[in-house]
Design a protein. Structure first.
Length: 339
C-alpha cells in the first residue's frame, strides 16, 4: 500500500480532494470526498496532498453496534446475494419487542456499501462499511413500533473482487408492515428465523468485468416488471424483452443523438436534445422503471439547466439530483419517478 488511513489525496481523473478512510485489497482504498461521498479508488489514480512521511493510523472506531463474523462451518450451495434481515427479539411475555437488523453477504466477494435506514418520526440510521464475503453485519436494532413509521432502506454499493470494483448498485426498499410478516424464513449465516429481503441477487457468483449501466439494468430489472398500474397514464403492456433492454441512461450529447448535426445552430441542437429527453422520459414511465440517469455533461451548464427545468415541470417526477457519481462525475442528473 502506498497510502495510509487519514492521508489527504486528490483524484487524478476529477481533481476532487478527499481523505483515505480505509485500505482495501489489491491496491484499492476507500476515499471520503469533501462532499461526504465515499468511493473505492485504486491507488494509482490518487496523488498525495502532503509531502512528509506518512505514518500509518488506526481506523477510527465506528459509532454503531455491529457484528461481522464469517461463517465457514458449511458451504452455501446457491447464494442469494446481498440481503437485509430483521431478527425478532421477544420479551418475557413472548411478544416481539424489537428487531436486530443485519446485512448479509452469502457470496464469495466483498461488498462496499453506504446504507441509510430512515423512518417518518425517527432519526435515520446511516452506515458505510465493507461487508466481507460470506459474512453478516449487524447494522441496527429497531423497535417494533418503528414498523409503522414507513421504514425505507436506501443502499448503494459495489462488489470488490480481484479485478477491482464492480458496477454501482443502488436499491431503495420501502418496507410495508402489512407484507413484512409474510417474509419469515431462516436467514443464511445468522441461522435465525428472520424477516428477509434480498437487496441485490445473483451478486458475485462469478468473476465479471465491470458492467455499464445498460448491462446492469438488463440483468437486474427482469424481476421488477410493473404490475400494470392503470392509474399510470403512460402504462401499457410491453414485452419482457423490451423491459429488459430498456437503458436506464440517456446521453444527450448531440453526437449521440444525431449523425448530421454540424449545420445545426445552438438553439436547434438544444431543441433536439430536449425533444429526445421528453420521448425518453415518456418511455421510462411506460416501462415503469423507478429511476434513470440523464447525461448532460458539465460544459457551461446550459443543457443541465434546461434539462432540470423540463424535469421540474413533469408531474410524474418525484425528485432529481446532480451529485458526484463514480461513473458520470458531475455530468449527469439522476431522476426519481413517483410510485
Amino acid at each position: 500500500m502506498l497510502f495510509s488511513v487519514g492521508t489527504k489525496v486528490k483524484l487524478l481523473n476529477t481533481n476532487d480532494e478527499g481523505t483515505i478512510k480505509e485500505l482495501l485489497s489489491d491496491g484499492m482504498v476507500k476515499v471520503r470526498l469533501k462532499n461526504g461521498f465515499v468511493i473505492p479508488v485504486h491507488e494509482r489514480d490518487l496523488k498525495s496532498l502532503i509531502d512528509f512521511k506518512k505514518i500509518p493510523q488506526k481506523p477510527q472506531p465506528q459509532s454503531f453496534d455491529f457484528e461481522n463474523k464469517a461463517k465457514t462451518q458449511y458451504t452455501i450451495l446457491k447464494s442469494k446475494g446481498i440481503q437485509i434481515a430483521f431478527e425478532p427479539l421477544k420479551g418475557l411475555d413472548g411478544a416481539t419487542k424489537s428487531f436486530k437488523v443485519y446485512l448479509i453477504n452469502d457470496t464469495t466477494y466483498d461488498f462496499t456499501f453506504d446504507l441509510e435506514l430512515s423512518f417518518l418520526n425517527d432519526t435515520p440510521i446511516k452506515i458505510d462499511d465493507i461487508l466481507k464475503a460470506t459474512s453478516y453485519l449487524r447494522v441496527a436494532t429497531i423497535r417494533y413500533d418503528q414498523l409503522n413509521d414507513a421504514p425505507i432502506v436506501d443502499i448503494k454499493g459495489r462488489q470488490i473482487s480481484t479485478a477491482g470494483t464492480g458496477a454501482p448498485l443502488h436499491k431503495i426498499l420501502k418496507i410495508k408492515a402489512k407484507t413484512f410478516f409474510s417474509k419469515l424464513i431462516t436467514a443464511p449465516l445468522i441461522n435465525q428465523p428472520s424477516y428477509l429481503y434480498v437487496l441485490f441477487d445473483n451478486f458475485g457468483n462469478e468473476e465479471k468485468k465491470e458492467e455499464d449501466l445498460f448491462q446492469y439494468a438488463k440483468r437486474n430489472t427482469k424481476a421488477q416488471l410493473p404490475k400494470g398500474d392503470q392509474s399510470n397514464p403512460f402504462y401499457k403492456l410491453h414485452s419482457i424483452s423490451d423491459f429488459a433492454n430498456f437503458s436506464l441512461e440517456l446521453d444527450l450529447h448531440i453526437e449521440k443523438l444525431k449523425g448530421n448535426f454540424k449545420k445545426m445552430d445552438n438553439g436547434e441542437i438544444l431543441n433536439h436534445q430536449l425533444n429526445a429527453l421528453e420521448r425518453y422520459i415518456t418511455e421510462a414511465l411506460r416501462m415503469g422503471v423507478d429511476h434513470v440517469f440523464i447525461i448532460h455533461g458539465i460544459g457551461k451548464g446550459t443543457l443541465k439547466e434546461a434539462v432540470q427545468q423540463q424535469l421540474a415541470k413533469n408531474p410524474h417526477v418525484q425528485s432529481f439530483k446532480n451529485e458526484f457519481h463514480p461513473k458520470y462525475g458531475w455530468g449527469a442528473t439522476e431522476v426519481i419517478f413517483k410510485d
